[in-house]
Design a protein around this ligand. Structure first.
Ligand SMILES: Cc1cc2nc3c(=O)[nH]c(=O)nc-3n(C[C@H](O)[C@H](O)[C@H](O)COP(=O)(O)OP(=O)(O)OC[C@H]3O[C@@H](n4cnc5c(N)ncnc54)[C@H](O)[C@@H]3O)c2cc1C
Length: 361
């Protein structure tokens, strides 16, 4: 079903050149069919695009199953059109006339409740409208954390379909967090924040100071879900504890495996509902600083692995992530479809300088 459609007419002296450029660039993301009538059809996971040359213009028609998929498709086309023709090019999609609209995967959220869970973990219950889109297998969101003492600006949609991100003093900081719990009917999500006060950043600071009524932005979700195998290994530090807890709670009752969670000490351990066949082992780093131990690596190395029907999921500090991922691939020979390892943070670098998206598989 393709209920959501939009189209644009991009004025260009050479529609054929833009048409060929788009086909070449976009074919790597989907399936391309060039038709005898001169049109091209591109099919992607998020929808389809039809390209048609006209006198002095290229017509682009998009169709998708949902509003957010259509938004992703439009951004993809707009990015490539502008890459080919330059930033000055102006074009408008049907149904998208003003620059005040928010991207459809953006929500303004308000803090409803602050719950200290452990000395270094605070839960913020956030409320927002129409959260159904966020109730998916995708585990994480990007939180847009307002600057202190400055009225924040939020992302808007340009006429071209691209997102205009705020700049300067009003720009929110963007940090990735896990949706620990979502209740669409109540319009609520829980996010569990690690509070790392000695080396704070906007995410940790926001959670520390949060009061009922504070606002922040949320976009997403992303990152994919967890596909359980017969035997499962989960490993992470406290930043991945919300994801590990959510995964454990979602596993089938007959799931088997192990979960290792590194925290400072027993005061940081949290109750998790776990299938009987999944054992949770807490690893205490004691006085050592977060992100400086080999506890997770050693624990993963000590595992007695089955030869097949196995899956490993890892989320932790960058150095541990690198070593564990290398161990899983090289020493254990896990295939691409048998593991997902993600660096959740990097010691001594904030999220702006450390692009974690480059450090996953
Ligand atoms: C997919 C994904 C999901 C995530 N989910 C969660 C989640 O649910 N809860 C959560 O708390 N975190 C989560 N994280 C990790 C979180 O995004 C990072 O810890 C992030 O750096 C926190 O932002 P900040 O503004 O507090 O610190 P930044 O401004 O990014 O960093 C400032 C300083 O703090 C250090 N630092 C960052 N995190 C820590 C830490 N945990 N302990 C000690 N020092 C630190 C940095 O090295 C830097 O020196 C997730 C990360 C990813 C990639």
């Amino acid at each position: 079903m393709t209920d959501f459609t939009t189209e644009t007419r991009v004025e260009t002296a050479a529609p054929e050149a833009m048409h060929s450029f788009l086909c070449e660039r976009l074919a790597v993301h989907g399936r391309l069919v060039r038709r005898p009538d001169g049109t091209s059809q591109l099919d992607f996971d998020v929808g389809s695009a039809l390209l048609r040359n006209e006198a002095g213009a290229l017509r682009v028609e998009l169709a998708s199953r949902g509003e957010v998929d259509l938004f992703y498709l439009r951004v993809m086309l707009a990015d490539h059109i502008i890459e080919q023709a330059g930033e000055e090019l102006r074009f408008t999609w049907s149904g998208l006339g003003s620059e005040t609209a928010a991207p459809p995967n953006f929500r303004l959220m308000t803090v409803r409740e602050v719950t200290p869970l452990a000395p270094h973990m605070r839960r913020l219950t956030l409320v927002g409208k129409a959260l159904g889109w966020f109730d998916s297998d995708d585990l994480h969101v990007r939180l847009l954390i307002p600057p202190r003492d400055v009225e924040p600006e939020w992302p808007r949609l340009a006429e071209t379909g691209r997102v205009i991100w705020p700049q300067g003093a009003a720009k929110p900081a963007i940090r990735k967090y896990t949706i620990r719990r979502i209740d669409v009917a109540a319009g609520e999500v829980d996010i569990d924040f690690v509070v790392h006060a000695d080396d704070a950043g906007p995410g940790s600071d926001f959670a520390t100071a949060a009061r009922r009524g504070d606002i922040l932005g949320m976009t997403g979700p992303g990152g994919g879900g967890f596909r359980p195998a017969g035997w499962n290994l989960l490993a992470g530090d406290e930043t991945a504890l919300p994801a590990i807890a959510r995964i454990l709670e979602s596993l089938p009752a007959d799931a088997r495996g192990l979960a290792f969670v590194e925290v400072q000490d027993e005061n940081e351990e949290l109750p998790i509902r776990t299938p009987a066949g999944m054992e949770v082992r807490w690893l205490h780093r004691g006085k050592a600083a977060p992100g400086t131990t080999d506890l997770l690596l050693d624990a993963v190395r000590g595992v007695d692995w089955p030869d097949k029907d196995r899956y490993a999921w890892v989320g932790c500090e960058f150095q541990a992530f690198k070593q564990i991922r290398s161990y899983l691939r090289k020493d254990r020979g896990l295939g691409r479809d048998e593991h997902l390892a993600v660096a959740y943070w990097r010691r001594g670098e904030n999220e702006d300088s450390f692009s974690v998206t480059k450090h996953r598989h």
